[in-house]
Design a protein around this ligand. Structure first.
Ligand SMILES: *Cc1c(COP(=O)(O)O)cnc(C)c1O
Length: 453
């Protein structure tokens, strides 16, 4: 067998990774997968506790998706949407319009969550130019937002660790504090919600005429550490935007496709965003694919003669890739055929119970946040004082290395341990996943040391 680890270290620069540390560490090299497990080059199986970074929703090597891709491969792998139409992209667009909020009628494809957001923000910006409101040029965002890693989506983001270095390259946004109850221990969730909404109302009163759109992750801010918004927040934000002529762009890249217990997070509060960004789970976690959906109102503002210059000049080489669209069609069919949404409430309840009994009582767990299949476990050195472990302990990282010994793959967000299993996980596997996480928190935190290789 080839020395995969050595070759990786020779050739690959990994994302979000301190490569000096990587080069000195032992690597886990994945070679295959089956169902809810990935398999390494030594034939060890690991429960995929983060759905291969939040994308794989029906498990790996799902026959229906595999077959759809093979069938598509016998027809065509890719043809361009610039100047040509294609059957699989049409089929998927019809399905997406059918399952998303009723006002959304048109689908613009791209390749990743970041580009889905770039497309959404460029459409929102140009919309106001096309209808003659040139002063509407600012975006409203939430603190701690994450919308991707390209410069436009980073501009909308507010996670300093990732974003501050690029500050000179970014455009300015208007930001309000996210309703994050954990951060405001003196406020009830309801007061926290009102505090955030008061900021929103104030800024909308003062600058509403300059604001093109509010961009937000509805219900759960994933990369921020699974911040779950208080109930009713999204509804109120949508109302305020609607009555002040501010477009609402919902980034459901993380929350979409069943993650929150409904197909889309906006359904929880009956919100119809003007623009909806989708990626991650869209292709079942198989191929890079994203979609930005818009309403008729938005679409129609781009219609005119060529010489009116209302065209949306944006597109990627692989826009609407046929293999990816075929995978996505199959992934959506599985939701119906296997009644996936109907199976979720019981699994979500099982996850809730396990978290309450095995995780919440641990002395290093400061907060357990759950919305459906999205879980964030806040680890702290002193829970009562909410005092974090020193950065050099890299406590989250130590925990996910420890849990590998129990055959579980996790990836933390700093000191927040994330559980984001495939929707196809069984209740037995949920119990195993939570039990293993609890044991690793105990193993690492009961005798904490600075991280070393
Ligand atoms: C992951 C994520 C993105 C970026 O998606 P990529 O496919 O990694 O570019 C954007 N928004 C949210 C909410 C995400 O969770």
């Amino acid at each position: 067998m080839r020395d995969w680890a050595a070759l990786d270290k020779k050739y690959i620069w990994h994302p979000f990774t301190q490569m000096e540390e990587w080069l000195g560490s032992e690597l886990l090299v994945i070679d295959s997968a089956e169902g809810n497990y990935v398999v390494d080059t030594n034939d060890n199986r690991y429960l995929d506790g983060i759905s291969s970074l939040w994308v794989n929703i029906h498990g790996h090597r799902k026959k229906k998706i595999d077959d759809a891709i093979k069938r598509q491969l016998d027809k065509v792998a890719h043809s361009t949407l610039l100047g040509l139409a294609s059957t699989s992209s049409i089929e998927l667009a019809e399905k997406l319009v059918g399952i998303t909020p009723r006002n959304l009628t048109k689908v613009f494809y791209s390749d990743s969550g970041s580009t889905a957001v770039e497309v959404g923000l460029k459409i929102a910006f140009q919309y106001w130019r096309n209808v003659g409101f040139d002063e509407k040029r600012f975006f409203l965002t939430l603190s701690d937002a994450y919308h991707g890693d390209t410069i436009g989506s980073v501009s909308l983001g507010g996670i300093d660790l990732f974003h501050s270095i690029f500050h000179p390259l970014l455009f300015n946004t208007l930001t309000i504090p996210a309703p994050f109850p954990y951060r405001y221990p003196n406020l009830t969730p309801e007061q926290c919600k009102e505090m955030s909404l008061d900021h929103l109302k104030k800024i909308v009163n003062e600058r509403g005429h300059e604001i093109a759109a509010m961009v937000m992750e509805p219900l759960v801010q994933g990369a921020a550490g699974m911040i779950v918004h208080p109930e009713g927040y999204l509804r109120e934000v949508a109302n305020i935007c609607r009555s002040n002529c501010i477009l609402l762009v919902c980034d459901e890249v993380a929350t979409g496709f069943g993650r929150t217990g409904k197909m889309f997070a906006v359904e929880h509060e009956n919100v119809e965003p003007d623009i909806l960004c989708l990626a991650k789970g869209l292709s079942g976690g198989y191929l890079p694919l994203a979609a930005t959906l818009v309403s008729d109102k938005i679409f129609e503002a781009f219609l005119g003669k060529y010489t009116d210059y209302k065209t949306f000049f944006h597109g990627h080489s692989y826009t609407g890739n046929a293999l990816a669209c075929a995978a996505a069609c199959a992934a959506l069919d599985i939701f119906e055929e296997e009644r996936v949404m109907e199976s979720l409430p019981q699994k979500i309840e099982c996850l809730r119970k396990e978290l309450a009994s095995q995780i919440a009582p641990l002395p290093w767990v400061a907060d357990v946040r759950q919305c459906g299949f999205m879980v964030g476990i806040e680890i702290a050195e002193h829970v009562a004082a909410r005092k974090a472990f020193p950065v050099e302990f890299r406590i989250g990282h130590q925990i996910i290395l420890d849990v590998r010994k129990a055959g579980v793959i996790l990836r933390p967000l700093g000191d927040v341990l994330v559980l984001m299993p495939p929707l196809s996980i069984t209740e037995d596997e949920i119990r195993y996943l939570v039990g293993a996480a609890a044991q690793s928190i105990r193993n690492v935190c009961s005798n904490p040391k600075p991280f070393s290789l």
